[in-house]
Design a protein around this ligand. Sequence first.
Ligand code: NAD
Length: 295
Amino acid sequence: MPFEIIDGSKMAAEIRKEIKAEVEDMKARTGKVPGLTTILVGTRPESQTYVRNKKRACKDVGIASFSYDLPEDISQKKLLKIIKESNRNPDVHGILVQLPLPAHIDEAAVQSAISVEKDVDGIHPMNIGNLVMRGRKPLFIPCTPKACLEILDRLKVKIEGRRAVVVGRSNIVGIPVAMLLLHRNATLTLCHSYTQYLPAKTIDGDILIAAAGKPGLIRGDWIKHGAVVIDVGINSVEDPTSEKGYRLVGDVVFEEAQYRASAMTPVPVGVGPMTIAMLLRNTMDSANRFLSGKK
Ligand code: NAD
């Protein structure tokens, strides 16, 4: 059976090109460009890398970034004040707080403090609520779930009536991607750490989304022949042969999955670059809404 490695970098490059042209057009028409505030608390290396990549992607397409690198021990009050300032700043159309936050900060309070209209990560309860309910339209869809659907759509994968299996039920990935698939009329199975006989569930998936954050959890023979597999997991595993001493792997054993799946995203260059592209898309769409007065 033919097997396709889904080129997330190539897809993301196409989207960035589209957005760059839209930014240039906006600048020519209005003299303004979209703006994104990124807030990083602490010095977790992975978070620093994610934020750096997001800022670089903004710069490449002409989106202005306003960044805050805050100390680990910043008080919640000060953090909320920065968010409120960004909520009021007319040059800012999106606000992204990199997760996870230090334990002394209430993540839910931070997420709720971001203006619904600037919630480009789609994590405000109002946006999530509208995403979950049928017939409602959130202002923003969280970037990684949106990336998964964008990949399926760009590959022209049929969703309606097919079986979709999602492994993972986090607020930011598993639940929203499951809801998006359900709203597109897939028959959904949502698995999590309490699911019994996981292989018996994953084998049913015409579409399999792995978002458990467990390296190599899903083996080749857990995958239906011909399934499309989107591996969201990004896991760092020790690798003495690599310069850094580690390498990034997904939740699915790629070397085995390629003999079962018809198409699959690799890690790290599958869903990752598409997630960043969706952040740019959300920021662009938000700026359009603000500038057209439709917010
Ligand atoms: P999370 O830890 O918040 O959630 C993990 C989910 O997986 C939980 O719901 C848990 O119940 C489930 N799970 C854990 N072990 C399981 C098991 N053995 N069997 C079945 N279910 C199990 O993680 P998250 O934030 O949703 O992220 C998931 C993964 O996706 C991580 O590796 C993360 O780094 C990665 N991620 C990638 C991107 C990207 O852009 N590619 C974006 C966000 C997250």
